[in-house]
Structure formats: C-alpha cells, structure tokens
Design a protein around this ligand. Structure first.
Ligand SMILES: [Zn+2]
Length: 94
C-alpha cells in the first residue's frame, strides 16, 4: 500500500437533460449542437450551442419531449437521435 490515495475523485461535470431535466454526469448524455442553424449530433470537440439528452433513454428522444428545448427542430432532431447509432462506449449494450 505505497501508492498515495487520491484525495478527490476526478471531477465530472454534470449536465441536465433537456427532455426529462435529470442531472447526470456528462458522459451519460448524447450531445447535440447547433451548427450553421441546424441541430446535429456531435461526439467530437464541442462547438456551437450545445444541449444534452440522456444517452440511454429513448423516451427522452421523442419530439414532444424535445419540443420545449428545440421547438420546430424537435421532430428532425428526434429522428436523428432515433436513427443514429450511439458511439461505442461504456453505456453501449448488446
Ligand atoms: Zn433525459
């Protein structure tokens, strides 16, 4: 037991789902960003305006739940979330 204990857990920023308003660690979300006036699913570096929806909760991807945050763009974004596979990661299940 010679390794020093880490006094603090690595800080994980919390975000709020725009559909269900749950607060969760950022890695548990899918991030959408507005790029050139269009909402897109992005996994790379953050850019533009961002919003977060639960990565593991398809009920949060329904357009009626997204409408509050995205308005007229909600149906298109809902379709995007439902048809775009999630990137590989610890949340992915088979
Ligand atoms: Zn949610």
């Amino acid at each position: 037991m010679s390794a020093p204990a880490t006094p603090l857990l690595r800080h994980v920023p919390e975000r709020t789902c725009v559909a269900c308003r749950r607060k969760r660690p950022q890695p548990e979300f899918r991030r959408v960003s507005k790029v050139d006036g269009t909402w897109k699913l992005l996994t790379g570096p953050r850019s533009g305006r961002g919003a977060y929806v639960c990565a593991d909760s398809p009920s949060c991807w329904q357009d009626k739940r997204l409408r509050r945050a995205f308005g007229a763009a909600a149906p298109a974004l809902s379709a995007l979330l439902l048809t775009t596979p999630q990137p590989a990661g610890p949340l992915q299940e088979h």
